[in-house]
Design a protein around this ligand. Structure first.
Ligand SMILES: *Cc1c(COP(=O)(O)O)cnc(C)c1O
Length: 454
């Protein structure tokens, strides 16, 4: 029989609605709180910062299906549907009876899944009369996606990039500027928050915390300027469900259904994107698929954090979110998977973990690159350091299948390619990378300072 390797959808099979799992969850996520009053927030409270439509989507616990605006679907058509691929060569190398499929979100011009939400957020901003958007970025995948999406909808983009990342990984800031964005290393002298930080610590090399503070300040002090975020929030995961909705149709073409769905985990958007559409069949139709989030051992909020209200940023400017967290003061080690170096987890995933609907594994840095190399050498795609964590978790499952002699169907999300992260591979190949462990005390000290609300 002919082996089909790649499952491709036609243009008219691209999803026209996103799936909002909040509507179907048995236990709904708790509301975000105003940090001063500890009162639940309403969508209107977010209007000064985010686009109004994204603010409404954030709180929507009733509509399971949300129409994707036509102009966004038109832009999705440029690079969607993305391929679903059966990884025969990887299966063979692992000598596993498991069938391994991956959804390839690295094929768009920006190289990661982040574009799926960047286009939606910029569309809503434009539609509501916004002229400028701003955001923060670490390694730069989100900043690059936003810069391009802003250009598509005729918006000016200002990106605050963590200063140290900008110096260590110059290519993505050049990419952002190529798309016409204004890129500023954070902390900078262009905001009050930045000036305060530099005055206190002239050598500060920046963090996502400093960059978020500067971007929010710019959004709230500039007319017609909105802030955008690339992960963590519910509306971002909502936009990413195009991944899982396509994968569902493609698995049907392959004549299989996943027993295990795996994705790497930073704030949860690519995980939610591939997992939530399948999980609705666990909730509604008794499917028994299991879901695995793969986080780095150096930033283990899902496997070792606490479920508590915490801030989304270091400075404490954001609302309090009910989530698994290592504490907003936690400083993750400088691993190459920059997109996974975040102290907290999205509130939907946090609730799902609490309710036993999914589980998490933590992957040491060297194991992630070992898996990434195996994938590159078998499937010919260099995965992003973040995606390597999903591959490592997949390898673990496939090896279990080999050992117990029972096959199963594994689907993982390849969230991005690593072609702009080759220095990470160089360091791995030269033997210059290491594993980082986090002590129980370090975690206890950080979460000990959190407000005790739950
Ligand atoms: C940002 C990023 C991630 C992590 O973010 P999530 O919101 O958890 O998906 C993972 N992979 C890539 C390639 C990224 O750019």
């Amino acid at each position: 029989m002919e082996k089909l390797k790649k499952f491709v959808l036609q243009d008219n099979q691209i999803p026209t609605q996103w799936y909002n799992i909040q509507a179907d969850m048995g236990v709904k996520p708790l509301p975000p709180l105003n940090p001063a009053t500890k009162q639940p927030l309403r969508p209107e409270d977010l209007f000064p910062i985010f686009s109004e439509e994204c603010s409404r989507q954030e709180f929507d616990q009733t509509n399971a299906w949300i129409d994707i605006p036509e102009e966004v679907v038109d832009m999705y058509r440029y690079y969607r549907a993305t391929p679903l691929v059966r990884a025969y060569a990887l299966e063979k190398a692992l000598d596993t009876p498991a069938h391994i499929y991956f959804k390839n979100e690295s094929t768009n011009p920006l190289g990661s899944h982040k574009i799926n939400s960047a286009l939606a957020q910029c569309y809503y901003c434009k539609h509501e009369g916004t002229t400028n958007v701003t955001t923060e970025t670490g390694a730069g995948q989100w900043g690059a996606a936003l810069s391009y999406a802003a250009r598509v909808f005729g918006l000016e983009a200002a990106v605050y990039q963590v200063k140290i990342s900008m110096e260590q990984k110059p290519y993505r800031s050049i990419l952002m500027r190529t798309f016409g964005a204004q890129v500023t290393g954070s902390p900078s002298m262009s905001t009050r928050a930045g000036k305060d930080i530099i005055t206190r610590d002239p050598m500060h090399t920046g963090s996502l915390g400093t960059a978020i503070s500067e971007a929010i300040e710019l959004a709230t002090t500039t007319p017609h300027c909105k802030y955008t975020l690339g992960s963590v929030l519910n509306h971002v995961s909502l936009h990413q469900t195009v991944i899982g909705l396509e994968a569902e149709k493609q698995m049907e073409m392959a004549g299989e259904y996943p027993d295990t769905v795996i994705a790497c985990f930073g704030g949860g958007s690519n995980f939610g994107g591939i997992a939530f559409p399948f999980m609705r069949h666990n909730i509604k139709d008794g499917a028994k698929t299991e879901y695995v989030a793969a986080e780095p051992s150096s930033c283990p909020k899902l496997t070792r954090g606490v479920f508590q209200y915490d801030f989304g940023d270091k400075a404490g400017y954001t609302p309090l979110l009910p989530m698994f967290t290592l504490g907003h003061g936690f400083k993750p080690a400088n691993i190459h998977a920059g997109g996974l170096r975040y102290h907290g987890a999205g509130v939907i995933v946090s609730q799902l973990i609490k309710d036993g609907m999914m589980r998490a594994v933590d992957i040491p840095q060297l194991e992630s690159f070992r898996a990434g190399l195996l994938f590159a050498r078998t499937e010919g795609i260099v995965p992003a350091p973040e995606s390597c964590h999903a591959i490592a978790a997949t390898v673990r499952e496939a090896v279990k299948c080999r050992e117990n002699g029972r096959g199963k169907v594994i689907l993982f999300n390849l969230s991005g390619h690593g072609l702009i992260d080759m220095t990470a591979y160089e360091q791995y190949l030269n033997g210059d990378l290491m594993d980082y462990s986090v002590s129980d005390d370090e975690i206890k000290n950080n979460v000990g300072n959190l407000p005790h609300i739950l």
